[in-house]
Design a protein around this ligand. Structure first.
Ligand SMILES: Cc1cc2nc3c(=O)[nH]c(=O)nc-3n(C[C@H](O)[C@H](O)[C@H](O)COP(=O)(O)OP(=O)(O)OC[C@H]3O[C@@H](n4cnc5c(N)ncnc54)[C@H](O)[C@@H]3O)c2cc1C
Length: 390
């Protein structure tokens, strides 16, 4: 049986960010994932991408992950253009307004996971383990993990970074609240007639938002088109040409005609948050603790911030000789990150409520709101700063 200080279950963006952020700690870490974290990238970019903000880019640079990132799969975006299809509401953000050269990057999730996994491989206090977990046996001072490769691992602290349907969360009996957003997200990569010019675009339509995220190729965008389940099912049933015509119309032809570069996939969207994020010997981060609507592209960003705050908490507990497994020592992490997640969930609910449907009062409100924000420097800068995670 092998012993580590910390076992992170889940080698996605968030679990691996935590391992990277513990680089300079004395803690020994195992990252366990049922699939190998590093997966060779397909020749053509895939459609599962994330907009990663500047705060998290800085962290990736600080922990030497950035150098491993395949730069031809990550595109800096400089501007954001958001408009309401049903009103005069329109707003532009530019990185120049913040004295920065990009608002963030659009990166394929697997490219980021690969960079984090390579950095983890090179990190002396980290081991990456490919195995599923069969049983979790929680004791007073340590937890034992029975792996499906017949190995047993014991740890002082078990971290659930295993995504929305977290096995660790269920095993630990940490309760969650969830709500169906009544939206399904259609994702795909598309080719457009006009170049995107590194602008991330988002159109709010009465049946849900459409995001066009600029990829490295100047005429390729990744789309996240959130629609009511009925509308999404109709769009998924269309042939490629009819789907692209609907997409071109929904995007007000901002980038001209569109054609599919990848297959379409559809994901039902659910809001979840764990009512308790930690207990003795266990703590949750990332999607295991919260999932939010992708309309503001903040799920992974929020999770990466969980990882950074938890890493700081654990490093300082360990440096001062305190027990990293005690719930009372993990409470500050739980409190601060729960508050941030709740704020984000409330903001997503607010946006969804305001932009849903055809109510004339809401149309007027969002028209005035977006246009006024576009003109008010201070509020606008606050928005940009928030989007950059600063
Ligand atoms: C359509 C869509 C678009 C999005 N766009 C953005 C965006 O632009 N920006 C943004 O910040 N966020 C975005 N998000 C959210 C973002 O994708 C997630 O928040 C993020 O990927 C969560 O990362 P994670 O590491 O917590 O979980 P996951 O990525 O789910 O990783 C969990 C890992 O745990 C492993 N695992 C699971 N169960 C077990 C087990 N029992 N044993 C071992 N391993 C296990 C899995 O194999 C996986 O590797 C989007 C989400 C959706 C649905």
């Amino acid at each position: 049986m092998q012993h580590v200080d910390i076992a992170i279950v889940g080698g996605g963006i968030v679990g691996l960010t935590l391992a990277a952020a513990l680089k300079n700690s004395e803690l020994s870490i195992a990252v366990i994932d049922k699939a190998a974290c590093y997966q060779p990238l397909s020749e053509k970019p895939t459609a599962r991408v994330s907009a990663i903000n500047q705060a998290n880019i800085k962290a990736l640079q600080q922990f030497d992950v950035w150098n491993y990132l395949q730069q031809d799969r990550a595109n800096p975006y400089t501007d954001m253009h958001v408009w309401d299809k049903d009103s005069f509401g329109d707003i532009h953000f530019s990185c120049g307004e913040m004295g920065s050269d990009a608002l963030g990057i659009i990166v394929e999730n697997q490219a980021l996971v690969n960079a984090l996994a390579e950095a983890g491989e090179a990190q002396s206090n980290v081991q990456l383990v490919t195995a599923g977990i069969e049983r979790v046996l929680a004791g007073p001072n340590q937890t034992m993990l029975m792996l499906d490769n017949d190995e047993v691992l014991s740890c002082r602290l078990l971290i659930g970074a295993d995504g929305a349907n977290s096995f660790v969360r269920k095993q630990a009996g940490l309760p969650i609240t969830f709500k169906d957003y009544e939206h399904t997200a259609i994702v795909a990569n598309i080719k457009t007639d006009e170049p995107h010019n590194n602008v991330a675009r988002q159109a709010f339509t009465p049946t849900g938002p459409l995001a066009l995220l600029p990829m490295v190729a100047p005429n390729v965008c990744s789309i996240v088109w959130s629609q009511t389940p009925e509308q999404a099912a109709s769009l998924m049933a269309l042939d490629d040409e009819a789907f692209c015509n609907a997409l071109t119309a929904a995007s007000n032809s901002k980038l001209g005609m569109t054609a599919l570069e990848t297959k379409r996939s559809a994901f039902p969207l659910t809001m979840r948050y764990a009512r308790q994020w930690a207990k003795d010997g266990v703590v949750l981060i990332g999607d295991a603790a919260h999932t939010i609507h992708p309309l503001a592209g903040q799920g992974a960003n929020l999770g990466m911030q969980d990882a950074l705050v938890l890493a700081e908490t654990l490093s300082s507990l360990n440096a001062s000789g305190k027990d990293i497994g005690l719930y009372k020592n993990l409470r500050s992490y739980e409190r601060s990150r729960k508050t941030e997640a709740m704020k984000m969930i409330a903001a997503m609910d607010g946006f969804k409520f305001l932009f849903d449907g055809n109510d004339p009062f809401k149309k007027l409100l969002r028209g005035i709101g977006l246009s006024a924000t576009d003109r008010l420097g201070t509020i606008k800068n606050a928005f940009v700063s928030h989007a950059m995670g600063l």
